[in-house]
Design a protein around this ligand. Structure first.
Ligand code: G3H
Length: 496
């Protein structure tokens, strides 16, 4: 159970502590932040409301800890990460329980998130050992005008203190996707979890403590974004920010100093369906891609662009599958669970009502109870409807019927997002042309968009983000190349 057993020390009374300098602490503010359970809409947990002074202290210790961590042999860093991964998996149950209560993630998916996170940490350790164990050796005489008098040796060095800000929908997995690369590369890590998801993150961080990471190397600071958000992201002690979330990321990038940024800010992933597509495969992927975790994934299918001649048939197949989705509490492992907050449910409802007023066809009756919204497919959506462009982050999915592939590509590219997209066709040549034409970070051919497997590159263009993620890219992003040039008094040619 969350907050018990090995996790008993991370809670005092009913309030979870924050983690700094290798210890679980109470904030000097004496205040806490409540975490509302999306299902019951009642306070489920409380976490510390940390102060700016506490942020300053965390930054100081992170800076000191990083210096000696960078001198820790790579194999030892990897060993500790493997240990943390094993401990995390061992304690998957209480962490998953927190995910169910804080963000209403279906019970089985919550466990999967923790296990996937353990695997991700181990992969970081493996990849880091290979990637950081080698550099480059360059000679000068390949550039015009040079003799072979200079040898350049390059290696990858850590950036310093990495600030990780994951979103509510994968608080554990998208935290470790930043923590693993940062630590293996020799950085220290300050984690600011989302409010909903903070308790799962605190448990996850404790697994790193149990693994024996040096004090101060990892910290987890909780609190109100309004009080410590800007203070953290603009803090002079931060050398890199890795953020996943919404529009806030755009504000962070505008305010951040001259430091590397890794940003993933959502998407409006289009699913383009051609006449020759296997419609059963498409329907199955629309259900998985559009409705898993109630559509609260940045890579969810968020608009279907289907060629008119097969639209009726596809809509019927999707409708039949929507009817089979179970709706209810995450504890029962239902397919559709309450969305994260009342404001989110209100926003989704606003998009749905706008579409209704403008003449969209509802394939199911619109139904909502509290934060629970029943799955809804909206047919005959037109570009003048908000839902054609905006990201609902909920179980509602628009269908736009298109007269040509070009029309579909045009809609996809007119979006301010550019995360992923997908195309369904049996013609690989057409699929490649469409993939090349789609202005998105990734295009999936004959499958729904998805970030994983977690070592694949993952990136968005336009408002969907900055930089590329995936384990290898994240390790590279959280390092800098350092060169040492050996200057010889006379040219030297090997075996010359
Ligand atoms: O919500 C954003 C996540 O990066 C999506 O990850 O494709 O594994 O669901 P996923």
């Amino acid at each position: 159970m969350a907050g018990t057993g090995v996790f008993a020390e991370i809670i005092e009374g009913e309030v979870y502590k924050y983690y700094a300098d290798g210890e679980w602490k109470l904030s000097s503010s004496g205040k806490s932040v409540s975490i509302v359970n999306p299902t019951t809409r009642k306070t489920q947990y409380k976490v510390q409301a940390c102060t700016q002074e506490e942020v300053n202290k965390v930054m100081e210790t992170a800076k000191v800890a990083q210096k000696s961590w960078a001198k820790t042999p790579l194999w030892k860093r990897a060993e500790l990460l493997h240990k943390a991964a094993a401990i995390l998996k061992e304690h998957k149950a209480p962490i998953a329980e927190a995910l169910v209560k804080e963000i209403a993630k279906p019970a089985k998916d919550a466990v999967t998130e923790v296990v996937r996170s353990g695997d991700l940490i181990s992969y970081c350790a493996e990849e880091g050992v290979r990637l950081l164990g080698q550099g480059a050796f360059l000679v000068s005489d390949s550039f015009p005008g040079n003799e072979r008098t200079k040898y350049c040796l390059t290696s990858k060095i850590p950036l310093g203190v990495v600030l990780a800000i994951p979103p509510f929908n994968y608080p554990v997995n998208l935290a470790v996707s930043k923590i693993g690369p940062a630590l293996i590369a020799g950085n220290s890590l300050v984690l600011k979890p989302p409010t909903q998801g903070a308790v799962a993150c605190l448990h996850m961080v404790h697994c790193f403590q149990l693994a024996g990471f040096p004090k101060g190397l990892i910290s987890c600071i909780t609190g109100k974004g309004s009080e410590i958000g800007d203070f953290l992201t603009m803090h002079p002690g931060v050398n890199c920010i890795s953020f996943t979330g919404g529009d806030t990321g755009i504000a962070i990038s505008k305010k951040a100093g001259m430091i590397p940024l890794q940003m993933e800010l959502g998407g409006k992933d289009a699913c383009i369906v051609l006449e020759d597509a296997d419609l059963d495969l498409v329907a199955a992927n629309i259900i998985k891609g559009g409705f898993s975790y109630s559509g609260q994934r940045c890579t969810a299918v968020k608009v279907i662009l289907v060629i008119e001649s097969v639209a009726d048939s596809l809509v019927e197949k999707v409708k039949a599958k929507v009817a089979k989705l179970t709706v209810g509490p995450p504890e029962d492992d239902c397919d559709i669970t309450p969305v994260v907050s009342e404001s989110s449910a209100n926003f989704i409802e606003g998009l749905v009502m706008d579409a209704k007023q403008k003449g969209a066809t509802f394939c199911q009756e619109y139904k909502r109870e509290g934060n629970l919204i029943w799955p809804l497919l909206l047919d005959h959506v037109r570009p003048d409807m908000r839902i054609a462009w905006e990201e609902p982050f909920g179980p509602v999915l628009p269908v736009i019927r298109i007269g040509s592939v070009e029309e579909g590509i045009h809609h996809c590219n007119a979006s301010n997002f550019g995360l992923q997209g997908c195309v369904f066709t049996k013609d690989i040549n057409k699929a490649m042309l469409i993939s090349d034409a789609m202005e998105t970070g990734t295009v999936q051919i004959n499958s729904a968009p998805a970030r994983g497997p977690d070592h694949f590159p993952f990136q968005g263009i336009k408002d969907s983000g900055i930089g590329s993620q995936g384990i290898t890219n994240s390790i590279n992003m959280m390092t800098k190349v350092k060169s040492t040039v050996i200057n010889l008094p006379t040219p030297s040619y090997t075996m010359g």
